[in-house]
Design a protein around this ligand. Structure first.
Ligand code: KG4
Ligand code: ZN
Length: 331
């Protein structure tokens, strides 16, 4: 059984084919990052137009020598995301499913991120705790079973990736800034600046990053010569504050739920410092920590094809399901 997955929720045009026996057998991705970089963020209309012009080429690259006629069902991201971008993926998915006369399955992008490590680690079983940290979302989810997700805590303001991107902008780094902050932080002193760790001691699992971001801004504004050494120290101190909060919240989530596996997903899960610090929890807390490989941390279609492959399709018909907002508890 082959499921073709389509992802166009933001600035990546991606298509992948998941085979129930062999796993991912084809995939291709076109990133729009360079196009949006000069605007310092994703420009929705440009994103939609670019998906439109690249999607056929991405399909051909993903299929390579897999015959299109051998695909059994189509899964596509129908939300959350940029509405115009989602509609391009949806229309393309509908066209394919109509032409091939095969089922069409709308998939929640966040569910794709939550499930992505299961595609790579066959020993990983539900239930588990997922720290989902991306440009748009920061949440700790109790993944009980497929389709049953309890949000244990989430950011009350900025998403972690968003905070990374905004701090990067303050340091004159390119967009998206997360990877640049990480790179700079390697040579910086994480104790150089004592940035706040908002909500680290709160009893719940909610988080907040906007105060931290503002504190970095005030610090930067007071510096006359923002040289590379100072930038590295700020990056390292900021990153360390964020990771301290995330590690503490994961510890609380494990204690609260007694789960024995933790996964980290979403774009920020590509951060090696975060990966290392959460991995360190394994021994002391008796848990196993799993990460998707780097290419499956950020947006991709493999995770959409994988989730689609697990879904029955009888209840879906051809209608527009695209939605900018689609919380996990409304699946
Ligand atoms: O999951 P993703 O590709 O797209 C969304 O659904 O948001 O996440 C993108 C976010 C961006 O904010 C980017 O700066 C951040 O993930 N990111 C990182 C790293 N790589 C990507 N943040 C910190 N360190 C990284 N290495
Ligand atoms: Zn994402």
């Amino acid at each position: 059984m082959k499921t073709l997955g389509i992802e166009t929720s933001c600035d990546e045009t991606a298509i992948a084919i998941y085979d129930c026996e062999e796993g991912i057998i084809g995939e291709s991705i076109h990133s729009q990052i360079e196009m949006h970089a000069e605007y310092g963020g994703v420009v929705p209309e440009l994103a939609s137009r670019d998906h439109c012009s690249k999607i056929v080429e991405v399909l051909n690259n993903a299929l390579d020598d897999i015959p299109l006629e051998s695909i059994d069902k189509i899964a596509y991201t129908s939300g959350p995301g940029l509405l115009g971008a989602l509609l391009i993926g949806e229309s393309f998915a509908q066209g394919l499913s109509t032409a091939l006369n095969i089922p069409l399955i709308p998939v929640n992008h966040l569910e794709g991120h939550l499930m992505s490590p299961m595609m790579e680690f066959s020993e990983l079983q539900m239930p588990f705790i997922c720290l989902l940290v991306s440009g748009g979302h920061s949440m700790i989810v109790d993944v009980k079973e497929k389709g049953e997700y309890e949000i244990l805590g989430q950011s009350q303001d900025d998403a972690v990736g968003e905070a990374f991107d905004k701090v990067a902008k303050m340091l004159d780094l390119p967009y998206p800034g997360g990877p640049y902050i990480e790179k700079l932080a390697v040579s910086g002193d994480p104790k150089a600046y004592d940035f706040p760790r908002p909500m680290i001691n709160s009893n719940n699992l909610d988080m907040s990053f906007s105060g931290l971001k503002t504190s970095v801004l005030y610090t930067v504004q007071k510096i006359d010569d923002l040289n590379d050494n100072i930038k590295s120290d700020i990056a390292a101190s900021f990153q360390s504050a964020v990771v301290d909060v995330l590690v503490e919240k994961i510890k609380k989530a494990v204690k609260l739920t007694n789960r024995s596996s933790v996964i980290i997903a979403g774009g920020v899960a590509a951060n090696n410092f975060l990966r290392k610090e959460i991995k360190n929890l394994e021994h002391k807390n008796g848990i196993s920590v799993y990460y998707p490989s780097m290419k499956y941390c950020t947006d991709n279609a493999a995770m959409i094809a994988f989730v689609g492959s697990k879904m029955s399709h009888e209840k879906y018909d051809i209608k527009s399901n695209a939605r900018a907002r689609w919380p996990l508890n409304e699946l």
